[in-house]
Every structure is written in structure tokens, then in C-alpha cells.
Design a protein around this ligand. Structure first.
Ligand code: ATP
Ligand code: MG
Length: 157
């Protein structure tokens, strides 16, 4: 269905913000322009739930989570950044593989199956977008994804 992305994203962030730990801060840098995308809302909610839960789960000492949604010429770009544990450079592409978890011992304590981001990648690719991450061990992680924008044709007159 056709979705105005910024308010949709805002409601998901609100839900996490209501339950946020005191040592975490949320920052939003969301486009003021209307950004329309054609998405399966439940599926994209599942992607955002996992990426945001990861940002929180892998930030045991707290910190800031920054949410962005900004337009490119053809794609909307979403990013979610945390100041958590991060990960080594050579693992950052593997986190989208099924059952991959960065540090077995660390991850076991944290709970989870290692499927969240593999499912997220399937969903984003089914929407003709891309998903990737940047991370620095001990500094934090940013997960990015894109979704094709519905081009806003000017009304005929
Ligand atoms: P599940 O999502 O299935 O409950 P999970 O969170 O372990 O389990 P994924 O969401 O697929 O699985 O993430 C895979 C692995 O990538 C995680 O186990 C973790 O090691 C690493 N990871 C994901 N997001 C972050 C993050 N924001 N900071 C640090 N590591 C992360
Ligand atoms: Mg997860």
C-alpha cells in the first residue's frame, strides 16, 4: 500500500521511545517533505523492529540512537545509528547471513537467533531496496536501507 513514510516511521520510534531505558537518548532527523513509498507495512515494521531492537540490545551501556529518513532522487534512505558495542570490520557484511552472530559468547547472553537481519534483507530486497551496515568495534553501528520513492508527478492543469 502507499505509505507516507515519515509519520509511519515516527510511530514505530514512539513505541520504542516509550519503553526506552533511562541511559538511552533518541534523536530524530526526519525529512520535512512527504516521502511516499509502496510497502507492505507489516513487513517493514518487522525490519524496523529488528534493527531498532538490535541497536538497543547491543548498547548495554546506553548512549544515543539516531534515526534518519532522508530523500535521494529515486530512493528514500533510512538509517539507525547506535553508540553500542559495534563489531570488527570483517564481520559487518556477515550479519545479514542466516544464523550469523558476531561473538558467540556475547550473543548467547543477549538472546536471539541470528535471523533478524537475514529476514530484514529478504524483505528489503523484495521491496527493491538495499540494506547494509557500517560499524566500528567499541564505537557503534549504523544500519542503512533504501526503498524506492513513489515519484510525485505534478498535478496537470
Ligand atoms: P534475532 O534478531 O534473530 O533475535 P540477533 O539479534 O542475534 O537475533 P540479527 O538481528 O540477525 O540477530 O543480528 C545478527 C548479529 O549481528 C547479532 O547477533 C549481533 O552480533 C550483530 N549485530 C546486529 N546489530 C548490531 C548492532 N546494532 N550492534 C552490534 N552488533 C549488532
Ligand atoms: Mg536481532
Amino acid at each position: 500500500e502507499k505509505v507516507d513514510f515519515v509519520p509511519f516511521f515516527g510511530h514505530i520510534i514512539d513505541r520504542f521511545e516509550m519503553n526506552r531505558r533511562e541511559n538511552m537518548a533518541f534523536i530524530r532527523e526526519l525529512s520535512k517533505q512527504d516521502l511516499y513509498v509502496w510497502i507492505d507495512k507489516d513487513k517493514i515494521t518487522q525490519v524496523l523492529d529488528n534493527v531498532i531492537s538490535n541497536a538497543i540490545k547491543y548498547s548495554p551501556k546506553g548512549g544515543t540512537i539516531t534515526f534518519k529518513a532522508l530523500p535521494g532522487s529515486k530512493y528514500l534512505q533510512v538509517s539507525i545509528s547506535d553508540q553500542g558495542l559495534g563489531m570488527p570490520l570483517d564481520t559487518v557484511d556477515k550479519i545479514f547471513d542466516r544464523f550469523y552472530r558476531v561473538d558467540k559468547a556475547r550473543s548467547r547472553e543477549m538472546g536471539g537467533t541470528g535471523l533478524g537481519l537475514a529476514i530484514a534483507r529478504e524483505i528489503i530486497e523484495a521491496h527493491h531496496g538495499q540494506i547494509w551496515a557500517k560499524s566500528q568495534e567499541g564505537k557503534g553501528t549504523t544500519v542503512f536501507f533504501t526503498l524506492p520513492l513513489i515519484s510525485q508527478k505534478r498535478r496537470r492543469r
